[in-house]
Write a protein that binds this ligand. Structure first.
Ligand SMILES: [Zn+2]
Length: 594
């Protein structure tokens, strides 16, 4: 019998004991949607059958559906349009191609067993009363008829994505997302009812979808899931059937302008639909292969990546929309297939939980697989946003602080954690998180629990400090003194001080030229710690956090460099004379590099 390491057994036991804590398990939902693309009226006309099994543990007398396109309706006072005014001082006018163009998702009828139900619509939310309460563990099936009027985006408004407009038609390319009435989530906190806003986009139950799309026969269609059937009709149209299991949304595109590239990568079908970006496939395939290795196999059988003309780079389960096609954009959207599509989350209350890992993943791919500089990490230009990462999307007061907290700090926290735990432990924990929460909505607490379990460390202090506060880290070198010794060596003394309110272990490295004289790790505890170094060579440089692992806003005072004149003086023996005379060269705060 092979010996088994006790530590490994303990880890397995811990993993087994880690109960799934995903928030939004309750409802079991399935959708069967039949929709026809009307290219004359530029709209999607559909009916859907929604079956809901109530796992909430309580009787539901009302149901709520999200109707995102209503956010864009002209002459409507929607939360989204108020956001546009407030955050961008903009209106939707520039997005539409003309005055007669509009956007909406109109529900024409809702029936249960042939009986019409009353409903009301406010902003992007539909509310309906069930004829009788839906008891726990019972199911209800609704039939909903709807029309999604698509924006025809103005010629000059290339992507409209910066306005969070994700759907529409431009130059014969239809991008159809957030397009059908989708059941709102009832989780242990109750109904999660959020109007569509400029910031914070997704939260939905995982479920199975069958989508039948009727389009002109000349059109190429890309959609969430696998195409299972095609039927041509005498009127020149065709109906394509797509099936997707364990997804929390479906989106699609259609155009006769698409070229298609397709093959198998890491055991999955990769399909790109492109207009003029012929290298899109290679970029998608490369990042997809990297993530499959790094985070675990892709959760679905097919990923479709599409070059779109409306909506900007955007993620949906099983399909990503690509606008400009940069490495950053493509690798970001593909990474969302792991963090967002497979592992879902409440993007309204915990926006960072998919954007943080996605930004981190894309940066890691570019550094580790493409050999780009680690300076590309957003955290390198970090400025403390002054608002905790774990702030609901609706609580942000500017797009800038939203970006800094959610994307920059969100990814930076993961880079820091990787530095803290070590690459091997961190990577193993992220893999465990992916496996555990695939096809579920995870919470930040689920992520923390997984990292604590896998690392065997208490990480509450770390996550609390970096996610729940806006405490800043500001370490600095102080009182650096180099004394030449009679034997020709040097004694260097200095202090590392913490001028901020956050604390982290800090790498401290002394150099002579390019040669490392010594490395220390300061535990970061307390306000200041003294260091000293005996060396044969004269130190020329001392650095705090040389690998830039920390989220630190002020890095000017992390560097001490011997001034060339002093170094020259030392070389000429003047330093030795000065030291012998009992003088000490001291770097004061005044002559620190700023
Ligand atoms: Zn993103």
């Amino acid at each position: 019998m092979r010996p088994v390491l006790p530590g490994f057994v303990a880890l397995l036991a811990l993993l087994g004991a880690l109960a799934p804590r995903a928030l939004a398990l309750p409802n079991e939902v399935s959708y069967t949607i039949s929709a026809r693309l009307d290219v004359v009226q530029r709209r999607v006309v559909g009916t859907q059958r929604v079956t809901l099994i109530n796992h909430t543990g309580e009787a539901l007398s009302e149901l709520f559906f999200n109707l995102p396109p209503n956010a864009f309706s002209r002459h409507s006072d929607t939360a989204y349009q108020r956001d546009l005014k407030r955050f961008l001082n903009a209106t939707l006018g520039a997005v539409f191609s003309g005055n007669s163009d509009d956007a909406s998702l109109t529900v024409q009828s809702v029936t249960v067993q042939g009986k019409q139900l009353q409903f009301s619509v406010q902003d992007t939310l539909l509310r309906l009363s069930l004829p009788q309460p839906l008891e726990p563990e019972r199911s209800v099936t609704l039939q909903i008829a709807f029309v999604n009027d698509l924006i025809e985006a103005a010629a000059g408004n290339v992507f409209a994505g910066s306005y969070a407009v994700r759907s529409g038609v431009r130059e014969g390319v239809y991008t159809v997302a957030k397009w059908y009435p989708q059941l709102a989530v009832f989780d242990p906190r109750g109904w999660q009812l959020h109007p569509y806003r400029l910031m914070g986009e997704f939260y939905a139950d995982f479920g199975d979808y069958t989508v039948q799309l009727t389009v002109p026969q000349a059109f190429v269609v890309g959609a969430t899931g696998e195409q299972t059937n095609q039927q041509n009709h005498p009127d020149g149209s065709k109906t394509l059937t797509f099936r997707a299991r364990n997804v929390h949304d479906v989106a699609w595109v259609a155009s006769e302008r698409f070229s298609v590239s397709e093959s198998v990568v890491a055991g999955k079908t990769l399909r790109t639909l492109w207009l003029n970006n012929s290298t899109l496939y290679d970029l998608v395939a490369d990042s997809f292969g990297y993530y499959s290795d790094a985070f675990g196999p892709y959760a679905y059988d097919t990923l479709t990546a599409v070059q779109v003309t409306v909506g900007g780079g955007m993620e949906y389960p099983g399909i990503v929309m690509i606008a400009r096609g940069s490495v950053e954009e493509v690798s970001h959207e593909v990474a969302h297939q792991w963090w967002y599509a497979a592992v879902g989350n409440d993007e309204f209350d915990e926006t960072w939980l998919d954007e943080g890992p996605t930004t981190f993943s894309s940066e890691r791919y570019r550094i580790e697989a493409r050999g780009e500089s680690s300076d590309l990490r957003r955290m390198v230009g970090f400025k403390e946003p002054g608002i905790p990462v774990l702030t609901a999307a609706s609580g942000f007061v500017s797009l800038r602080t939203f970006g800094e907290a959610i994307y920059t700090k969100g990814s930076g926290v993961l880079w820091m954690l990787r530095g803290l735990l070590g690459v091997e432990t961190f990577d193993r924990a992220l893999l465990a998180y992916y496996e555990r929460f695939m096809y579920k909505n995870a919470t930040t607490q689920d992520l923390i629990d997984t990292f604590e379990t896998v690392s065997g460390q208490d990480l509450r202090w770390f996550f609390d400090q970096w996610l729940r506060t806006s405490q800043a880290l500001d370490v600095a070198l102080d009182q650096v003194a180099v004394q030449a010794q009679p034997d020709g060596g040097y004694v260097t003394t200095f202090a590392v001080v913490n001028e901020g309110s956050a604390h982290m272990p800090v790498d401290v490295v002394a150099f002579a030229g390019d040669e490392v004289l010594r490395r220390w790790v300061w535990d970061g505890v307390g306000a200041s710690t003294a260091f000293s170094l005996n060396s044969a060579q004269r130190p020329t440089r001392i650095l705090l956090d040389p690998a830039h692992r920390l989220l630190e806003a002020d890095r000017q005072d992390d560097v001490w460099e011997a001034s060339p004149i002093k170094t020259l003086g030392a070389w000429l023996g003047l330093g030795a004379i000065a030291a012998l005379a009992g003088k000490r060269w001291r770097l004061t705060s005044a002559n620190r590099v700023r």
